[in-house]
Design a protein around this ligand. Structure first.
Ligand SMILES: C[S@@+](CC[C@H](N)C(=O)[O-])C[C@H]1O[C@@H](n2cnc3c(N)ncnc32)[C@H](O)[C@@H]1O
Length: 238
């Protein structure tokens, strides 16, 4: 995996541009609204999704397997965020508990056991009442079914890489024990001319149980509250 990503970043550099993903914009809205100040971004790449949090006074720590991506992040964004170099399969990299975790486009590259471990490891690195947001590829994405099928909803990419496509059942199965609150489909990489999304993702919102009720009100977790926070999603989804 490391070689695959180093090769890709060497060849295509800042391949997704410098704008944050739609998911990162929505996550920023939620984090700002919840006064989250300290987040972890596993699979941070060259940092395009980190800037929107930093600009909103949120401290960002990253995890990234590719040294090339980390070098690109330093080149373009300086030393604004610490990044652990290594695989998320080796989490945790520190014993710090974060207010929030945002992970765009990495979980689905892992196999079943690795995904389970990563979700559990992320949950363990959250403060009580902390939020975690994963954006994962949806089975409704136009690239579903491309390439050799090597398992249920799993297709080969590149040299030894794989993509697991999520549907609602998979979301519920993998996140049900991790404070799953909400999920919805979101367009990513919308073509400016055709207005068609290159990819369809599912954005998954979880919140760690508040054992200490004084930390935050449970009413924060109601679907009505989430709908209000995510009303902007209409501009990104059908
Ligand atoms: C689809 S890209 C998304 C990058 C970034 N989140 C973005 O949207 O700009 C996946 C990222 O995860 C990194 N990655 C892949 N496997 C990893 C692993 N096992 N541990 C840590 N990072 C990994 C890749 O190097 C790449 O930067």
């Amino acid at each position: 995996m490391k070689e695959f990503w180093n090769d890709s970043f060497n060849k295509y550099k800042t391949m997704w541009g410098f704008e944050p993903s739609h998911s990162a914009v929505l996550a920023k809205d939620l984090f700002v609204d919840r006064e989250i100040k300290d987040i972890l971004i596993p699979g941070i790449g060259y940092g395009r999704n980190a800037q929107i949090f930093i600009e909103n006074d949120i401290r960002v720590t990253g995890i990234e397997i590719s040294e090339t991506a980390i070098a690109l992040a330093k080149e373009h964004y300086g030393n604004k965020m610490p990044v652990f170099q290594g695989s998320v399969t080796e989490m945790p990299f520190d014993s710090h508990l974060y207010d929030g975790i945002f992970c765009y486009g990495l979980l689905y590259l892992l196999n079943n056991e690795q995904r389970k471990k990563m979700i559990n490891d992320c949950y363990n690195q959250l403060q009580e009442g902390g939020w975690m947001i994963f954006s994962v590829i949806s089975k409704n994405s136009p690239n579903y079914g491309k390439g050799k099928e090597i398992g249920k909803d799993t297709f080969e990419i590149g040299k030894g890489g794989q993509l697991f496509f999520y549907d609602i059942d998979a979301i519920q199965e993998e996140f049900k024990e991790y404070g799953l609150l909400d999920y919805f489909e979101i367009d990513e990489q919308t073509n400016a001319i055709t207005k068609q999304a290159t990819f369809k993702f599912l954005m998954v919102i979880c919140r760690k149980e508040c054992k200490n009720e004084s930390i935050k009100s449970e009413s924060d977790c109601t679907p009505n509250y989430l709908s209000a926070v995510f009303n902007k999603m209409l501009s990104y989804t059908h």
